[in-house]
Design a protein around this ligand. Sequence first.
Ligand code: FES
Ligand code: FES
Length: 149
Amino acid sequence: MIVTLDINNRPYEVNVRPDEYLLETLRNLRFFSVRKGCDTTSCGVCTILVDDNPIASCSYFTVKAEGHKVTTVEGIKEESEKIVDLLQKEGSDQCGYCSPGFTLTLYSMKQKLEKPTDDEIRNYLVSNLCRCSGYEGQQTAIKNYLEVK
Ligand code: FES
Ligand code: FES
């Protein structure tokens, strides 16, 4: 079936299966920042934004995205470079596999939460697992990005 998607503020007309998930569709469209991990909604590496809310693209049907705004990390280039710089400064960008999903969730958090507490930050990022960083450096980088101390 043909669906029209708004991805990073550009229209795409794509032919998808009714049971196809956005993860597959976006990678077929060469948005390779969208990564596959667990494929069971557990790790968060496939995170993208739908209407500025983080969702696991491995379990979101592509047909549901029609009429909504889809954002991948390719669509927030400047902001993502800022986030990656801050993570690197804290030594918490290691293998980088989790980075695109993590970056999008953090970008979304900045739109939605004003001066979040440590617990609110951890809670917002609860679906984005990182097997390398240990989270402490990330937390410092996040607070620098959000400009909260
Ligand atoms: S691949 Fe989607 S949550 Fe792990
Ligand atoms: S930096 Fe390796 S999984 Fe997060």
